[in-house]
Design a protein around this ligand. Sequence first.
Ligand code: PMP
Ligand code: GLN
Length: 380
Amino acid sequence: ANPVFADLPTTVFETMSALARAHGAVNLGQGFPDDPGPADLREIGARALVTGDNQYPPMMGLPALRQAVAAHYARHQGLDLDPATEVMVTSGATEALAGALLALVQPGDEVVLFAPMYDAYLPLVRRAGGVPRIVNLRPPGFRLDEDALAAVFSARTRVVLLNNPLNPSATLFGRDDLEMLAGFCRRHDVTAVCDEVWEHVVFDGAAHVPLMGLPGMRERTVKIGSAGKIFSLTGWKVGFVMADAALMRVLAKAHQFLTFTTPPNLQVAVAHGLAKEDATFQAMRAGYARSRDRLAAGLAAIGYPVLPAGATWFLNVDIGALGHADDVVFCEDLVRRHGVAAIPVSAFYPDGSVRSLVRLCFAKSDATLDRALERMAGAL
Ligand code: PMP
Ligand code: GLN
């Protein structure tokens, strides 16, 4: 068997959710909200399933959804995308990531990655034949730095894969960080794949800056989004890819033989959702910010050092500061003995060099968060 995949452990998200089920734990591990998601979108999706067209939609996505994507990103991020040639619908951001790497990376090409990184990235880069060049970002700031970038970019760099906002650190990279990275992309003629699935889940009045919008990046950025995150419907697996038309022609070749298309009823519902008024997205952010604050305050009150969380559904606690040397051991104990599932952040560092952080998902009801807090008090 291919060792890239045969030697991999099962993803930490599945492992932790299985442990949570086995131990009847409160699951703050895998990132998903515990409410059912927007009722109107679910109704539109259901109606389209019953009365709509259920045969193959066009390979690039339903025209109505591609238009909605272009209009949405024009309104929210000032991007100017041609829905006919620069937008593609995929089966989740995961397919978009796999397709982009298969399409852009040739064996031996170097790919710059940042840790902590979403656990799908490295196996996909390796399977595409890429040679990973990893920059470790360090807590508590997780900032990009010029020297670290200079050390990994070279004439062999083909792609840089950035996740902004960054899961699991909940960091939002702003214009200065992105401008620094864009400079390296321009100077080394590198394509940026920017996983922006958390773009709408940003807090404290901050605005998400799309890498694609920076000078010189329009033609060299593949922007990836996910309806699962925008609408709190993680099981839907409807993603979008945005790229300049020339780049998109190559990306579409990968998509045509990965999934070819995505369920049409979900596309209909997502098109509706993207057109919703700004207040919808503001209310979503305000709701998650309240949950973040509730969990952060509760954790601080029982003695956990909490790192700042500017985006995503996650916050991190510094168990190293409490004298715990190993996040995996801590999380196993937490789920088995105390009934709370969490994610050890070392799973996002390929070299395992950061073992002091534990990620908790706050996209949950107050009652769920409070139950987790009661149990976590006993784990200190
Ligand atoms: N990238 C990141 C950074 C994510 O956090 C996730 C999901 N949590 C994905 C990609 C996958 O998105 P999707 O479910 O749309 O495939
Ligand atoms: N993205 C989600 C998280 O970070 C999990 C996705 C998955 O289970 N693969 O928790």
